[in-house]
Structures are given as structure tokens and as C-alpha cells.
Design a protein around this ligand. Structure first.
Ligand code: MRU
Length: 366
């Protein structure tokens, strides 16, 4: 997507053909800087520190991490170690496991000399497929926005939570892809951007990318969503997903569940956009089974921003010594989800709906 007039992707290869370049998202929106990943350890650290984040981008970065490991040593033991290291970085987004399993499936049968080139090619294929999926999600989801624009005859008011835009993927995004597609088609749209405490992915990343692309948005405190819905200032909630179970339960950034409850109470459609790499076909009940990442309490007691000298600084915001906990995701039960927007189309958040779109997948029992 566009940044300062230039088209960018979140991840790609340097001119040498093997170093992986990613945008350092810990420095956005104030500094736009690429960093180089040269080893599986670099890739794992980038995922752990959230230099890269967002379910699809985590998966692509992990795939490239495997390629970086094999470039040094392509034996089985290195493949095992890289998959173990990268797989242990973040627990909730299923795209990570999905990408690593795919790399393992493709690379394991090959001889070590064949592995390196194939690993880079497979990582690149995963990245390209993600772009294609997100673009298709945009096409399908755009219809929802178009219908609301026709019904209301004014800009459609979309509320989103966290960052599920191009910065969370390779390009386009999941929840924001329909917004970009609508904007490109000349359909007027405005986005309410939840700030998304504690790490503020909405304030820092979603606001940055919508602004860079010229899409009207307004930043709101996380707690404002219910009020806006009661006042009929939201037409549609559109969020992404880190893991969607075979029965349609959705793990996404902490706070998503509360938005879904408010949307139901106010009769506002609540859609979740996701590529099929985010579906965990082995799981039914997401509320009890999806592992929820617990991050450092420091993300709750402290906040990072730009100080008066223009430097990134961390300040304490809680009463000193406060005990804090920091679950990074929550699960929205399928019954609160109006529909799932996938690369194959829009379906009900049900086992039957998902099976109809993906007939080859067995799906877990409830
Ligand atoms: O902790 P993060 O920033 O990796 O969480 C990201 C989200 O929760 C996104 O909404 C989700 O990955 C969907 S992104 C396409």
C-alpha cells in the first residue's frame, strides 16, 4: 500500500536475494524504517518483540525464518530447531503454525542441497498467496460497504479494532481490505479506529496506514465504541482474526469481544475478515481451547510515545507498584459474529458455513 506516495509491502527480500527486510512496526507511526533479518534468530526476535505483528505477517516472517536457517545449514536438525524456535514465539495466531507446518511438509522430503532455494520459493509463495487472499477479501467485503452506502446515501461508518490492515499482512490487510477496495471504487467510507490498548495498534498503525492512503478516519478511545453504536454512528464493525475455529469462534485482539457484544445489543452487523490460513480446523470451541498470549504487564503500566523532543520514550502511567495482567487476545463466540469474510466469499460463522466454502477440510468435532 501507499506510504509517502510509494507502494510498499511489509516484507520482502533485499537486493542480495536472501536478506529479509521488514518494516519495524515498533517505531511506527513516527519512524518508517526497514530492518534486516539475517537468521532464524533475527526472525524469531522480530516476531517476539512485535517488530512484525498481525497473524498473516507473523506466518510469512516465520516461513522466511526457516529459509534463513537453512541457508546456513540445511540439515534436518536445523530444520527442526528453526521450526521449534519460530513456533515458540507467539501462541495465539494460528498462521504461525500453519506456515511452519507447510514449510516442513515441503522441505522435509528434499535433500539438504535442494532445500535452500525451495525454502525461499515457498516463503515467497506464502507471501504472494496472502496478497491474493487479502485482495479477494477486499473484493468480497466491499459489497457489504457498497450495500450500506446505497441504503444510507452517505459515507459508511466502519468501526475497527486493532490493526488488521496491510501492516498486519503483506499487503491490503484483512479487515481493512474491504475499506481500501470501497475507497478505490469511489464508495465514501469513514473508519472509527479504536486506539487498542495496551499496545495501541489502532492509534499507531491503523491510523497511520489509513492516513497514508487518504482514507477518512477518527481515532477513539477503546471504550467509546458502545456509545457510538448506541448513537447510530456505526454502520458496520469489521475486525480481523488471529485464529478462527472450525465452528466460527474468533480470537482477535483483546477488546474485540466487547465490541461484538455492543454490536449485537445495537443490531449492528459484526463481520470478521480472515484468510483461510487463519482457520484452525482442528479446534471447535475457541472460548476454552484457543491459547491466549499473556504479554508483559509493563505494556499496561507503561506507554510508549513521542516526547517533546521528538524521541520515542516510555513513560509510566499506573500507580507505582500496581499489579497488572495483560491478556493480548480474547475470543468472540460465533453466535456474536454476523459473518466471516474470506478469500472465497462471505459465510455464516458456523461449521456448516465454513464447510460449504472449504469442502476439503474435515473440521473438528464440537
Ligand atoms: O498482537 P498483534 O498486533 O499481532 O495482534 C494483531 C491482531 O489482533 C489483528 O487484528 C489480527 O492479527 C488480524 S490481522 C490481519
Amino acid at each position: 500500500m501507499r506510504v509517502n506516495g510509494e507502494w510498499r509491502r511489509t516484507i520482502g527480500l533485499d537486493g542480495d536475494g536472501w536478506t529479509v527486510l521488514v518494516i519495524d512496526q515498533t517505531r511506527l507511526p513516527f519512524v518508517f524504517e526497514q530492518v534486516a533479518l539475517r537468521s532464524a534468530e533475527d526472525a524469531a526476535e522480530a516476531i517476539r518483540r512485535m517488530v512484525v505483528r498481525g497473524a498473516p505477517l507473523i506466518g510469512v516472517t516465520a516461513a522466511y525464518g526457516v529459509a534463513l536457517a537453512l541457508r546456513r545449514d540445511a540439515r534436518d536438525v536445523t530444520l527442526d530447531e528453526a521450526i521449534m524456535l519460530l513456533g515458540a514465539t507467539r501462541p495465539t495466531a494460528i498462521n504461525l503454525r500453519w506456515a511452519l507446518e507447510r514449510m516442513d511438509r515441503v522441505l522435509r522430503p528434499l535433500s539438504p542441497p535442494e532445500r535452500v532455494g525451495r525454502a525461499y520459493a515457498e516463503a515467497a509463495a506464502i507471501a504472494e498467496e496472502d496478497v491474493a487472499c487479502c485482495s479477494a477479501i477486499g473484493r468480497h467485503g466491499r459489497v457489504l460497504i457498497e450495500e450500506l452506502a446505497l441504503a444510507h446515501g452517505r459515507p459508511v461508518q466502519v468501526l475497527t479494532h486493532c490493526n488488521a490492515g496491510w501492516l498486519a499482512c503483506v499487503d491490503w490487510g484483512t479487515a481493512l481490505a474491504p475499506v481500501y477496495a470501497a475507497h478505490e471504487a469511489g464508495i465514501p467510507v469513514h473508519v472509527w479506529v479504536d486506539e487498542t490498548r495496551p499496545r495501541n495498534q489502532g492509534a499507531a498503525l491503523t491510523a497511520f496506514e489509513l492516513g497514508a492512503h487518504g482514507i477518512p478516519y477518527t481515532l477513539v478511545a477503546d471504550n467509546a465504541g458502545g456509545h457510538l453504536m448506541q448513537r447510530r454512528q456505526v454502520d458496520l464493525c469489521l475486525v480481523g482474526s488471529d485464529r478462527t475455529t472450525a465452528s466460527g469462534d474468533v480470537a482477535n485482539k483483546i477488546g474485540t469481544y466487547l465490541k461484538a457484544l455492543a454490536a449485537l445489543d445495537n443490531g449492528i452487523p459484526f463481520y470478521v475478515a480472515l484468510p483461510s490460513s487463519t482457520i484452525d480446523w482442528s479446534m471447535g470451541d475457541g472460548v476454552h481451547a484457543i491459547p491466549i498470549e499473556e504479554r508483559s504487564p509493563r505494556e499496561v503500566t507503561h506507554i510508549v510515545g513521542r516526547d517533546v523532543d521528538g524521541l520515542l520514550a516510555e513513560v509510566e502511567i499506573a500507580a507505582p507498584g500496581s499489579h497488572a495482567v495483560n491478556p493480548a487476545f480474547d475470543v468472540t463466540p460465533a453466535r456474536l459474529v454476523t459473518g466471516l469474510v474470506t478469500e472465497r466469499g462471505i459465510t455464516a460463522a458456523t461449521r456448516e458455513g465454513l464447510r460449504a466454502l472449504y469442502p476439503g477440510q474435515a473440521g473438528a468435532t464440537p
